[in-house]
Design a protein around this ligand. Structure first.
Ligand code: ZN
Ligand code: CU
Length: 479
């Protein structure tokens, strides 16, 4: 048999949670066609694994790469981590379907300026496919984006007519291949959307066979109530649920992860639900007054009126301006920030739970991004798995591959088996580690040696050699 590529003598960690085994992996066209002893086989190209590990390409289930995948199709922050598929459109914000006139509403401004948005999902899909990013992309439709498409202001519930219009736009996008819907109910521009508004939309997601992800209404004092709302909403629409970046934010809420995990487990016995998590105890998003606190460091990453204040602590800026933190924030907005507001014990508890998938939540438009953008996946393997022993390697890989593909309905991805797509990542388990830090946030990871996407060697010797990513259109999510 003749192959296009053979990866020889790899420690195959196949994504399912199974123990690694030594094998050759043969690829023809876009698929894995043989796994085993391929000594006698010939290939146009041979990669000697030499003790390194071969995993399914990583799936970043929580991203804001909608626009990055089109504008910077090499997707360096992702391909350098071994990521071969990203889910875009999380936290209620997607690049379509919406037409923006004037200032981009918070937090849609995390995706870029008004020219980052598309009136129809079809136009977004066409732009993405024309750009041919280096990694695959599957897209959620954001609730806040739907609101921006039909509402003149956000400080109220949508009317019946507006809900009808949003349902129509959502259904059209889902039929065009979007995989589900996300909400960002904690944000000022969505928090006055009542549960009933979200339910009316999630019904459509259920009818079309999609998934629902939510940045919940509250990650602080009413975290548990917010979880109940998410479970109930998903049950109402008969959709699988993913709770975005499950966390306990702010000092008063540290320790709540124990009960939050109990709740997630209990719900998962009744309905399909998971959560995602990034491996850091600091979060990052837009700057908003209700998020300001003197109990932890807040690092300003960007500011429209004061770009010169990027990479400075809010407390230093406030001291220099001789105002309090809230007033400083008010002057800086619209702005972005990193909030060091989580407890490491909570992060570890959520990260290590078997229902938790890895999602970076990286913000590619941020000039001083949180290091999760460039570092999340190698950090899970190098820091939390190898150095800290938080979980074994097969489990670390399962959290970033097969669990994610199954939950998001990405057929024939996230596993190394004959017939699956050849999305593959070869890494050195001894050295793999995140390079990005809060001081140097765009430093690439080390130890991710070779990455293949849809059968095309893509990240090779520190260069992007191909861009073979596709838009992965929705197929009904099977339970
Ligand atoms: Zn979020
Ligand atoms: Cu997010």
């Amino acid at each position: 048999m003749i192959f296009d590529v053979i990866i020889r003598r790899a420690n195959v960690v196949d994504g399912t949670g199974r123990e690694p085994f030594v094998a050759d992996v043969g690829v023809r066209g876009e698929r894995i066609v043989a796994i085993g002893d391929l000594d006698m086989a010939q290939a146009a190209q041979v990669v000697q694994a030499q003790g390194r590990y071969l995993a399914p390409g990583f799936i970043d289930v929580h991203t804001h790469d909608d626009n990055c995948a089109i504008r910077e199709p090499e997707m360096l922050p992702k391909i350098t981590q071994g990521i071969t598929t990203v889910i875009v459109g999380n936290c209620g914000i997607s690049a379509s379907p919406v037409k923006i006139v004037g200032e981009v509403p918070d937090p849609m401004n995390l995706l870029g300026e008004s020219d980052a948005f598309f009136a129809q999902f079809d136009a977004f899909a066409a732009a993405l496919e024309a750009a041919t990013p280096a990694v695959n992309v599957a897209a959620l439709i954001g609730h806040t984006t739907l609101r921006a498409g039909v509402m003149d202001r956000f400080d109220r519930a949508a009317t019946g007519d507006e809900i009808l219009a949003m349902r129509g736009a959502l259904r059209q996008a889902l039929r065009g291949g979007a995989i589900g819907m996300s909400t960002g109910l904690a944000y000022t521009n969505a928090r006055l959307a009542p549960t009933a508004e979200v339910k009316a939309l999630v019904e459509v997601v259920g009818e079309e066979g999609g998934i629902y992800t939510t940045h919940m209404r509250n990650e602080r004092e009413t975290l548990f109530e917010a979880m109940d709302e998410a479970f109930e909403t998903a049950r109402h629409g008969k959709v699988p649920l993913v709770i975005s970046h499950l966390k306990c934010a702010d000092v008063e809420n540290w320790g709540k992860s124990e009960h939050a995990i109990d709740k997630l487990e209990a719900a998962a016995r009744e309905q399909p639900c998971n959560c995602d998590c990034y491996p850091y105890s600091a979060c990052s998003t837009t700057l908003d007054l209700w998020r300001v606190s003197d109990q932890f460091d807040i690092l300003v990453t960007w500011s429209k009126p004061h770009p010169e204040q990027g990479r400075r602590l809010l407390s230093d800026i406030a001291a220099e301006w001789e105002v309090d933190l809230t007033e400083a924030a008010r002057r800086l907005m619209p702005a972005g920030a990193i909030y060091h507001n989580m407890d490491e014990t909570d992060v570890r508890r959520v990260l290590s739970h078997p229902l938790t998938m890895i999602g970076s939540d990286g913000l590619p438009s941020d000039p001083n991004p949180h290091p999760r953008l460039w570092g999340s996946f190698p950090r899970v393997i190098g820091h939390y798995c190898r150095d800290e022993g938080l979980f074994a390697l097969p489990e670390a890989i399962r959290k970033m591959t097969s669990m994610s593909a199954a939950r998001f309905g990405l057929t024939d991805r996230g596993v190394i088996r004959e017939g699956a797509f050849a999305d593959l990542t070869l890494f050195d388990f001894e050295t793999v580690l995140d390079g990005a830090s809060f001081v140097a946030p765009t430093t690439p990871a080390i130890g991710i040696d070779w990455v293949m996407v849809n059968g095309q060697p893509t990240w090779v010797d520190g260069d992007v050699r191909n861009r073979a990513g596709r838009l992965l259109r929705r197929e009904a999510v099977i339970e």
